[in-house]
Design a protein around this ligand. Structure first.
Ligand code: HEM
Ligand SMILES: [Cu+2]
Length: 550
């Protein structure tokens, strides 16, 4: 262990990171209350008081879970890694930009939640015209996006300065991956910002009468798909860089890791049409092209799976295990820092398989807008990503606050992980099943005049509610654990950054050629989007007025 690794984490940076992490978990807790209630309503076990609508809860849940919890956690985590790997502390300007971003995002979140709870924005967490929210809802979420941009600028600044001071050196893998993630985010959010500023805000204020619906959805999904990679890549950073250290092994290949992140940038943005397969107004050819590009993402995904299992296997061999699965025996199953992300990886296998179903034209027709889809993203972001973030929390909070993870908290962490897996097994499992039977997503309790099909769904909805209740217990335990971590005994905790295996090939320089990757990305985006967007802008379909359906 070198001396830099045991140096305590910079206190000022620690505060920035902790502020993000705590906000994330606050959002998770409130979001979980909404989730629990939704499950109970859907199963018919409770009815909400008249002044609370199902769609209000659903919107709050979606926003707080998918947008706020994730974005805050990610920015906090990435800042921590940059502070640690790029010089041991953030530059004053980088830290300042981080705080400016935090303030913007928090003001945005607070306004957004208030508008939702006032019942003025029950638009189901997306920016989906012609459903029309209060303009303040859009302004609020625009503030969140702008805040995240400041966060990104701070990271770019820190990275650029490091590169200047370390001419010719390869940047640390964590930092490289962080920059790739934030470039992806900044490019993706341009489209949603355009949608919000040019289309939604003027329309919801009533300055213009109508909105071009397909165009707005196209801009939304330009962002909406890469959004899922914005959630995933930080989890992959943990799998690639952190896990090897925790299991006492080595990173299989630095070059392969960087290559996979570059490919994620290329293939995650020009594919938004795969969310619009059922939508009129976009010609088949462009949908087809984007679906082909969608499936390209299989390449970096398999590279990731390969690298991680190679790390496990090499680690097993170096410890003398034999046979095809001997390496399983030497993994630290009783260490929550490993166990929680590992369960996330495992669950990513069925989750990814479900994603292939969603992206396939005919099969999409079967599952479209059913609870299958909800089941799918509770496995991906709700489990693979969330469990990885929970696993990170168990060492990150001790690192940044100068504390240690006690054996008791480690055990509670394992219990929390198991509760999450069991809850998701019931909730997401029954969502998948009942989705195939046709039960729609985003609907409150209804048996549709006792239609036999809808009556048949109910046992599944009950299983969903039971799963949801188990998950809620998991959230409560997590919050307890987070509070205990902050109050844990003082001590030094090392930031776990893996080293690259000596046996691996050296990293080719072009992988760090940002201009190259950004240029190819822009070319792919232009290929996949320019003609369809011109068609959408010049089409003669009448625009739509706004609808308030709740
Ligand atoms: C306590 C844990 C959770 C419970 C009980 C829960 C439950 C639910 C339920 C019942 C639905 C609505 C189904 C419908 O009517 O369509 C839902 C939707 C959703 N959940 Fe969760 N969930 C939990 C955790 C999460 C997490 C961790 C995330 C993401 C990080 C998440 C993201 C979403 C999203 C994006 C929606 C869709 C909102 C919409 O369709 O507008 N959930 N959840
Ligand atoms: Cu997608």
């Amino acid at each position: 262990m070198s001396t830099t690794e045991t140096k305590p984490f910079d206190r000022q940076d620690g505060r920035l990171v902790l502020a993000h992490i705590l906000f994330a978990f606050g959002a998770l807790l409130i979001g979980a209350i909404a989730g629990l209630l939704q499950g109970m309503v859907k199963s018919g076990s409770i009815t909400l008081p008249d002044n609370i609508g199902y769609y209000e809860l659903l919107t709050a849940h979606g926003v707080l879970m998918a947008l706020i919890f994730t974005t805050y956690f990610i920015i906090g985590f990435l800042y921590s890694g940059l502070s640690h790997t790029l010089g041991g502390s953030l530059l004053p300007l980088a830290r300042k930009l981080g705080w400016i971003g935090y303030v913007f995002m928090s003001v945005g979140t607070l306004i957004g939640v208030v508008v939702i709870l006032l019942g003025k924005a029950s638009v189901l967490y997306t920016f989906y015209a012609p459903m029309k929210a209060s303009p303040y809802f859009y302004i609020a979420l625009a503030l969140v996006v702008i805040g995240s941009w400041f966060g990104g600028f701070g990271m770019f600044y820190q990275y650029r300065q490091w590169k200047k001071n370390n001419k010719g050196k390869l940047s640390p893998l964590f930092a490289y991956m962080t920059i790739m993630t934030m470039i992806l985010w900044q490019i993706a959010t341009i489209a949603v910002a355009l949608e919000v500023v040019v289309q939604l805000i003027p329309w919801s204020f009533g300055w213009v009468e109508t909105i071009n619906v397909v165009l707005s959805r196209t801009l939304f999904w330009f962002f909406g798909h890469p959004l899922v990679y914005f959630w995933l890549l930080p989890a992959y950073i943990c799998w690639y860089v952190i896990i090897p250290k925790i299991i006492g092994g080595k990173i299989f290949s630095d070059a392969l890791a960087r290559m996979s992140f570059a490919l994620f940038l290329l293939f995650s943005i020009p594919v938004g049409f795969h969310h619009q397969l059922m939508e009129p107004g976009i010609s088949h050819f462009w949908k087809y092209l984007q679906v082909v590009l969608t499936f390209m993402v299989v390449i970096p995904s398999l590279m990731t799976a390969f690298s991680i299992f190679a790390t496990f296997e090499l680690n097993g061999r170096s410890k003398g295990t034999k046979g095809l699965f001997g390496w399983l025996k030497v993994l630290p199953w009783k260490d929550v820092r490993f166990f929680a992300p590992f369960m996330g990886m495992l669950i990513f296998i069925p989750a990814g398989a479900g994603g292939l179903v969603n992206a396939s034209n005919q099969m999409n027709a079967v599952v479209h807008n059913t609870l299958w889809v909800t089941g799918h993203f509770h496995l991906t972001v709700g489990t693979s990503v969330a469990l990885t973030f929970f696993g990170i929390t168990y060492w990150l909070i001790p690192v940044i606050t100068g504390r240690v993870l006690t054996p008791k908290m480690n055990r509670l962490g394992i219990v929390q992980t198991l509760i999450w897996c069991i809850g998701m097994f019931f909730m997401s499992g029954s969502m998948h099943g009942v989705g195939l039977l046709g039960s729609p997503r985003r609907t409150a309790y209804s048996t549709y005049d006792n239609h036999p099909d809808a009556v048949l769904w109910m046992p599944y909805h009950v299983a969903m509610a039971i799963g949801g209740a188990i998950l809620f217990v998991g959230v409560l335990l997590l919050i307890y654990n987070v509070i205990s971590l902050i109050r844990a005994p003082k001590g030094e905790t090392e930031y776990p950054i893996g080293e690259v295996s000596e046996a691996s090939e050296s990293t080719p320089r072009f992988l760090e050629n940002w201009k190259l990757w950004i240029t190819i990305t822009v070319v792919l985006i232009l290929l996949a989007y320019s003609i369809p967007i011109i068609e959408l802008i010049t089409n003669t379909t009448p625009g739509s007025p706004g609808y308030v359906t709740w």
